[in-house]
Design a protein around this ligand. Structure first.
Ligand code: ZN
Length: 563
């Protein structure tokens, strides 16, 4: 019968244990110095050697040589490995919550060992015991007979009652390093004459997340699956993962703003059974490599290393949400689209088109103030720049690179807040909330997807027939979104039928304003409606500047003043 590689190569003495040096050294010394405790608790991730070491320790403390290992020669070593040995007892608390076994343990614990010096109870997954079983165990731990040793192993020490933990000497088992794992796999492969490259072994190690058992299990699966030699492709096929080169390709697509291709890559992988959460982890590792490489060698295969850093930060930030959401595919797609959209608009389109149109714009610029009909053409140029506004009645768009600090935007937001409070209506708010759901239809829209997403991310606070107040947690998000104020207006009015002027504030500002509103209500003070001025950017009139950004402001700035 085939014996699994894991069983076959399970460590049989302390020398064969990989990656738990501190634990092994301490346990060996305790045997050598004859300082053996009555109860031990081994905790750490699954598959890192807790049960294997417990078994080795149980045999070592019974070896007559007492040198901290198993001699495999003395009568005790011979007995402790035999099937008839009744003095080393393994209990799997996960199998039946251990009530019967713990009860039996309590009944028999006082009986002296039949052959060995110590009777050792190994209780695996001890956190799974029921309360009754814990109580029974506690009674035994309180007054253990001198010939009994307990080794409790768990992946979840938090779930073990403190009264139990405090009676044990505790050992924390760490995840095993990729290097240690791959070296151990190499030993096994050599012994079994399995052909495989170091690259694949390292990949198995990375994939096993520090668990030796999982890594050997995977090697076993690959060995069964492959013909002459285990290749990287076999690994990729069997584990349904995405290759590094495909990940790099994806990062390139994101970098270049290829929204359709990014979206369909994620879709395809998802339909092929790829674990997208694992994929995100791999992308992060890959991005990290890219960032390190670019910073070290001062060159980057992508358009901008800062963009790659931003992408890595974004994925890192969203990882928790991705893990807990029910449809990671959609979440991930939106995340990438959002990233590309904002980046594309902020950097590429405005810079590229601005430089393309520079000459043309300069001519227009000279003629400004002359003819009002120019307005129409300028609007057209603006549409190109933003690339997001459709036909008709478009409110003048503020150039993305305009400095909102350099405008009367704060004044306008304050007036809008005031005006919303002046005519606040609960029904309006409820209707708006209902209408906002329609934004979900546009999250994949090439042009307005990121606006829809941003609006969906907001909290609707108060509404009137003419105004709406939304808020975001972070001030930086508020400032960013304020630069898209007119585009939001367009999406709200043209797509979901909300014809209102928007005030965007931070949660903090909102809380202050709300308090003020409530205080005023109590004191019977009223908000009175104020006419709002036009949004004005203070433009520096300087044609000779070489800076593309300020150029663009002076070129397009006048548009917002028209009307
Ligand atoms: Zn021995």
């Amino acid at each position: 019968m085939y014996q699994t590689l894991y069983r076959k190569y399970r460590p049989k003495n302390f020398d064969e244990v990989v990656g738990q040096n501190v634990v092994v050294k301490t346990l060996k010394n305790s045997i050598k110095n004859d300082r053996i405790n009555h109860a031990y608790m081994f905790f750490g991730p699954r598959g890192v050697g807790k049960t294997s070491i417990a078994k080795i320790f149980a045999r070592s403390i019974n070896c007559s040589k007492k040198d901290g290992n198993i001699c495999n020669e003395c009568e005790f070593c011979n007995f402790s490995i035999s099937k008839d040995c009744l003095d080393i007892i393994e209990i799997d608390a996960a199998s039946n919550n251990g009530v019967d076994e713990i009860r039996e343990l309590r009944d028999k614990v006082n009986l002296v060992p039949s052959e060995l010096k110590y009777k050792v109870y190994i209780i695996d997954e001890v956190h799974m015991l029921t309360i009754q079983a814990f109580n029974a165990l506690l009674k035994t731990l309180e007054e253990p007979p001198s010939h009994v040793i307990f080794i409790l192993a768990t992946t979840d020490p938090q779930k073990v009652p403190e009264t139990i933990v405090s009676r044990c000497q505790c050992f924390s088992f760490n995840r095993i390093s990729d290097k240690d794992i791959s070296e151990n796999l190499r030993r096994i492969c050599d012994a079994e004459s399995i052909k495989v490259s170091d690259e694949v072994l390292l990949k198995i190690a990375e994939f096993s997340n520090g668990g030796m058992r999982d890594s050997i299990g995977m090697l076993d699966k690959l060995y069964a699956y492959c013909d002459a030699e285990i290749t990287m492709q076999d690994f990729i096929d069997l584990n349904k993962i995405v290759s590094n080169s495909d990940i790099i390709e994806l990062i390139h697509l994101v970098d270049l703003g290829k929204m359709d291709e990014v979206s369909s890559a994620i879709s395809d992988w998802n339909s092929n059974g790829i674990n997208l959460i694992q994929l995100m982890d791999s992308i992060l590792v890959c991005l990290q490599d890219v960032i390190f490489d670019s910073l070290k060698n001062n060159k980057c295969d992508f358009t901008d290393v800062n963009k790659i850093i931003k992408l890595a930060n974004l994925i890192n930030e969203k990882m928790f949400d991705i893990k807990k959401c029910s449809t990671p595919k959609v979440y991930i797609q939106i995340m990438f689209l959002n990233f590309m959209n904002s980046y594309f608009l902020d950097k590429n389109i405005s810079r590229e088109i601005i430089s393309q149109n520079k000459e043309e714009n300069k001519i227009e610029n000279k003629e400004k103030n002359k003819v009002l009909s120019v307005k129409k053409e300028k609007n057209t140029t603006e549409k190109e720049i933003a690339g997001i506004i459709e036909e008709k009645n478009v409110a003048p768009i503020v150039n993305k690179k305009s400095d909102i600090n350099n405008s009367n935007i704060d004044e306008i937001i304050q007036i809008r807040l005031n005006n919303t409070f002046a005519e606040a209506d609960k029904n309006e708010l409820n209707n708006d909330k209902e209408s906002f759901k329609k934004l979900n239809d546009f999250v994949f829209d090439q042009n307005i997807g990121f606006l829809a997403c941003s609006l969906l991310d907001s909290k609707l606070r108060v509404s009137s027939s003419k105004n709406l107040v939304i808020s975001y947690e972070y001030d930086s998000v508020v400032r960013e979104n304020l630069t898209h104020l007119d585009e939001f207006y367009d999406v709200l009015s043209n797509k979901i039928g909300i014809n209102k002027k928007l005030a965007i504030v931070s949660d903090e500002v909102w809380e202050k304003e709300k308090k003020l509103y409530i205080t005023k209500l109590k004191n019977n003070e009223k908000y009175s409606y104020v006419e709002e001025p036009n949004l004005v950017y203070n433009i520096i009139e300087n044609d000779s500047t070489n800076d593309a950004d300020s150029d663009s402001i002076s070129v397009f700035g006048d548009i917002v003043e028209v009307e």
